[in-house]
Design a protein around this ligand. Structure first.
Ligand code: SF4
Ligand code: SF4
Length: 189
C-alpha cells in the first residue's frame, strides 16, 4: 500500500527502532483513540484554512524521515482494494488473464470489493520491495492517504490506519501540534 516504496540498490532491513515502534503501534493508537477521535470531529466541524496544503507538507516531511522499506507493515497486515482497472493492469503485467489473476490472488469481501486472499501480500518481497511496484493497486499508491484533499473526510479510515502505519501515526500526532486550536478545544470537551 505504499506510496514511497521506491526501488533502491541496497537491501534494507527493519531497524530495531522501527521494529519496536511497529510492535507498540497498536497500543499507542488505542491509547490515543479517544483524543484522536475528538480531534477529528473538531477538524471536520471547522477545518483550518489551508488544510490541504498543510497535509501535503506534513505527509512529505514524514516520508522524508520514514522509510517504507524498513517497515512494510501495511503490506504485511492488511489488503488494499483492487479495482477492475487494477486487476486488468496487474494481470497484463504478469501476462495472466484477469480472471486467472482474480482466482489466484483475490477474494471478494463483505462490501463486494476485491481484496487479497492472504496477508502478507503475495507481491511483498523479503526485503520489503513491492514486486509489482510500477503497476500496484491505486490504493497502494495512495496509502496511507495522509495527503488526501479534505483529509477530515477519511477520519475513520485514518483512525484505523494509525494502528498499522507508523507514518500515519506520526502525521496525526504532528497535526495536533500544528493545528492546536482544534486539539485544545477538544481537550476541554
Ligand atoms: S501490491 Fe502488495 S506488496 Fe505491493 S504495495 Fe500493494 S500490498 Fe504492498
Ligand atoms: S505502514 Fe506506512 S510507513 Fe509502513 S510501509 Fe506502509 S505506508 Fe510505509
Amino acid at each position: 500500500m505504499l506510496i514511497f516504496r521506491q526501488p533502491t540498490t541496497d537491501n534494507r532491513q527493519p531497524t530495531t527502532s522501527m521494529e519496536e515502534f511497529i510492535k507498540s503501534l497498536s497500543k499507542r493508537a488505542k491509547d490515543k483513540h479517544i483524543e484522536n477521535k475528538k480531534f477529528f470531529v473538531k477538524l471536520k466541524n471547522k477545518p483550518p484554512k489551508h488544510l490541504d496544503q498543510t497535509m501535503v507538507k506534513l505527509h512529505r516531511e514524514e516520508f522524508q524521515k520514514t522509510d517504507c522499506l524498513e517497515c512494510g507493515n501495511c503490506c504485511k497486515t492488511t489488503s488494499p482494494i483492487f479495482t477492475d482497472k487494477d486487476v486488468d493492469r496487474i494481470a497484463k503485467h504478469l501476462k495472466m488473464k484477469s480472471q486467472h489473476f482474480e482466482s489466484q490472488y483475490l477474494n471478494v469481501d463483505g462490501d463486494g470489493d476485491f481484496v487479497l486472499k492472504e496477508a502478507p501480500c503475495a507481491f511483498l518481497a523479503a526485503d520489503n520491495y513491492c514486486m509489482i511496484y510500477d503497476v500496484r493497486p491505486k490504493a497502494c499508491q495512495e496509502y496511507p492517504h495522509t495527503n488526501r484533499k479534505k483529509f477530515y473526510q477519511i477520519s475513520d479510515l485514518t483512525l484505523a490506519n494509525i494502528e498499522i502505519c507508523p507514518a500515519a501515526y506520526n502525521i496525526v500526532e504532528k497535526m495536533k501540534v500544528v493545528m492546536p486550536l482544534a486539539h485544545q478545544t477538544n481537550k476541554r470537551q
